[in-house]
Design a protein around this ligand. Structure first.
Ligand code: ADP
Length: 164
């Protein structure tokens, strides 16, 4: 059984994340979506809200791809989280060159911590590549239309936060 771990903040989950999740589902038997507590990032949505959105948005995927999806909040070291859930693969999405530097370091350091866990990078479909949670929040905050970036439910949650 091949288990993958896709970690992130998912504040909130976007169509970019969902595209990566669906691609990862084709590579593993079980995909654990690790929702990081990430207090340092000062998330807009609390952990419970983020886990709720990720769970709701990925609910239909198992039927479509045959991959089991588990949503797992975590606060510890990524490698420890991977051990905890039995993952042999860490999945990350790559957007632009800007992501590369950070991800490159992460792979190197995670590999030093445990060389048996492989990091796999996936690219979203072109139209989803520029999407970043941070910019989606900024657009929603300023009253812009985010329907090209998130699902209708997530859009409604953003409007709830910003009084749109
Ligand atoms: P983190 O705090 O770990 O960066 P994010 O929720 O921002 O958490 O992102 C989680 C993962 O999803 C990261 O690997 C990120 O590069 C990837 N990702 C986010 N948005 C996109 C996108 N539009 N296309 C491809 N990968 C993405």
């Amino acid at each position: 059984m091949r288990i993958g771990l896709y970690p992130g903040t998912f504040d909130p989950i976007t169509l970019g994340h969902l595209d990566i999740i669906e691609r990862a589902c084709l590579l593993v038997d079980r995909l654990v979506i690790g929702v990081a507590i990430n207090r340092s990032k000062g998330p807009l949505f609390d952990l419970e809200e983020r886990v709720g959105m990720v769970t709701a948005e990925t609910a239909a995927l198992t039927a479509r791809t045959g991959c089991e999806i588990v949503v797992h909040p975590f606060e510890n070291l990524l490698i420890n989280c991977a051990h905890e859930v039995g993952a042999s693969i860490i999945v990350r999405g790559l957007r632009a060159v800007a992501d590369f530097e950070y991800e490159y370091q992460m792979v190197g350091m995670n590999r030093a911590l445990d060389s048996s866990i492989e990091t796999v990078f996936l690219m979203a479909e072109a139209r989803y590549q520029p999407i970043a949670s941070k910019l989606v929040k900024e657009i929603a905050r300023l009253g812009g239309d985010v329907s090209k970036f998130v699902t209708p439910d997530v859009k409604a949650r953003l409007e709830g936060k910003y009084g749109g």
